[in-house]
Design a protein around this ligand. Structure first.
Ligand code: ZN
Length: 162
């Protein structure tokens, strides 16, 4: 069950994690130049969940913080997915690069912005309204799907038949 109303802000140690949360459709702020005060301010004023590896910072933010215990990227993602009941599935609504909103755009609009082969072989395109980056269900997202299947999908349960 998706709960994409949750908005995350992550500390400087969780930049790669942030990209994945955005791919899963979650509003996730990551600014490498924001200090602890800035993180706390945004967390509390904007009612976000602070994901942090810093115990002290987590204490300062109280119930608005979640202290990430795992060390590696995939362990961290599994921990966060489990804690917040996140479905590890790519939803193209948040730009993984900048956290801007992604919207589907007319194919003709991207004619001169994507490689010719990509243009000819795909029908659906999306674009970030903030940074302008264009997305399609091609190689990058396929690789991401493979990583999700390999590292994040819990096969123990196998409850959905597939
Ligand atoms: Zn963007």
């Amino acid at each position: 069950m998706h709960n994409q109303k949750i908005k995350f802000i992550v500390d400087v140690m969780l930049g790669r994690t942030a990209r994945w949360l955005r791919l899963f459709g979650y509003d996730t702020v990551y600014e490498s130049d924001t200090n602890d005060d800035g993180l706390l301010f945004q967390t509390l004023i904007q009612r976000k969940i602070l994901l942090t590896r810093d115990r002290k910072l987590a204490q300062c933010a109280g119930s608005a913080a979640y202290l990430v215990r795992a060390n590696s990227l995939w362990e961290q993602l599994r921990e966060i997915i489990s804690e917040f009941a996140i479905e590890p599935k790519i939803v193209l609504v948040r730009c993984p690069v900048c956290n801007g909103n992604i919207v589907q755009v007319e194919k003709s609009n991207v004619f001169d912005k994507v490689p010719e082969y990509t243009y000819l072989t795909h029908t659906k395109f999306w674009q970030c309204r903030n940074c302008g980056k264009i997305y399609w269900h091609g190689s990058h997202l396929n690789l991401a799907d493979k990583d999700i299947a390999k590292y994040l999908v819990d096969r123990k349960g196998d409850s959905d038949g597939n």
